[in-house]
Design a binder for this molecule. Structure first.
Ligand code: ZN
Length: 356
């Protein structure tokens, strides 16, 4: 995720903090009425996020045990996020991985409850827990209880939504299970939104986040499902335009305007020697370099693919790197190109076919 940086590693997993989280710390420090108030709030927020890290770490360690890769854990003001390389498509694994986070929060809550009882502290109620004052152990107890409970609500993208999909996945195919879980998640989000409007604006904001998260989850799955067994060949464009190294940017911009292509392979004879990306083309024109050779603007190191590579793998790499076109090679020969636009079209057709 952009604007986040690594603060350390736990079990080999980089822990990252998003810049908005630091802004949150500054915010709670400044809103405190006194210096002590402010410092209390900063320490409190940091401890809450330690609890969130423990929650995410438990998910991650479970995922690693099943052989998945966890790229990082990122802290945002709204909570933590463990980024996995792939979504587990084994229902049982998904259930266990998802349940373990809330279990970790419950264990922390139980430990804190032990301390609270041992010290005979008044428990109060979750409504009296404040950011700026009170007993920190008691407040942390309520927060962890809330983390466990809230995450178990069966709404995507929360843990409970994943558990629901996992359970449904035992009885039906993954796409159908995802659709139902997404529907339940969005129904919940809409309800929460209306309750939030009248009672608590934060609730309404969280509802929007849940709604969009559920939608994103469905899109990711449906794409993955649609592309499942397709090779690159099924969306390869064989009829494409290429540039010669000596062509000018002006010539390239003509092609850019009069074809559907945005990025162009640059061919020296039959040898692929680079790619002119749309961003570079536009930047070149912006710098008044229309009459210079495209060879000077070529990207020389780029991803290539073959006709038989699984489309879903290529799509992942392209999405990760933000690439919109990849040349398809047969040995040293360029035989076609694959664009994000074509993959999107394939998705549309596959969805239409499966709906029949
Ligand atoms: Zn979780």
């Amino acid at each position: 995720m952009k604007w986040s940086f690594t603060i350390g590693k736990l079990f080999g997993i980089p822990i990252r903090v998003h810049i908005t989280f630091l802004l949150l710390l500054v915010f709670v420090a400044l809103v405190g009425k006194t210096l002590t108030n402010g410092l209390y709030a900063v320490l409190f927020v940091i401890l809450v996020f330690v609890c969130v890290i423990l929650h995410e770490l438990t998910h991650s360690l479970m995922a690693i045990r099943y052989g998945h890769k966890v790229r990082s854990i990122t802290l945002l003001p709204i909570g933590g996020m463990a980024q996995m390389d792939e979504i587990p498509d084994n229902p049982k694994e998904e259930i266990v991985i998802s349940v373990m986070g809330p279990v970790a929060s419950l264990v922390i809550a139980a430990v804190l409850f032990g301390i609270v009882s041992f010290l005979k502290l008044p428990l109060g109620s979750p409504l009296t827990a404040s950011l700026w004052e009170g007993n920190m152990v008691v407040s942390l107890f309520w927060i962890n209880l809330f983390l466990a409970g809230f995450n178990l609500i069966p709404a995507f993208p929360m843990d409970g939504g994943r558990v629901l999909r996992g359970v449904l996945g035992v009885f039906m195919d993954h796409m159908k299970a995802t659709r139902i879980a997404v529907f339940v998640g969005q129904l919940f989000a809409v309800l929460l939104f209306f309750v939030g409007i009248f009672y608590n604006i934060w609730m309404a904001l969280i509802a929007v986040f849940i709604y969009l998260g559920a939608e994103g989850e469905e899109r990711a799955w449906s794409l993955r499902y649609a592309l499942a067994d397709a090779p690159v060949k099924s969306v390869m464009l064989e009829d494409f335009r290429a540039l010669a190294p000596g062509d000018t940017l002006a010539h390239a911009s003509e092609l850019f305007l009069h074809t559907l292509q945005g990025d162009f392979p640059i061919l020296f004879g039959n040898t692929l020697m680079g790619i002119l990306r749309r961003e570079t083309l536009i930047a070149g024109i912006n710098d008044n370099k229309e009459h210079e050779r495209v060879a000077d603007f070529a990207e020389r190191e780029y991803l290539t693919t073959t006709e038989r590579e699984p489309l879903v793998g290529l799509y992942k790499k392209m999405a990760e790197k933000g690439i919109s076109m990849v040349p398809v090679m047969r040995g040293d020969t360029l035989v076609g190109i694959v664009t994000m636009e074509q993959i999107g079209r394939y998705h549309m057709v596959a969805v239409a076919k499966s709906a029949k």
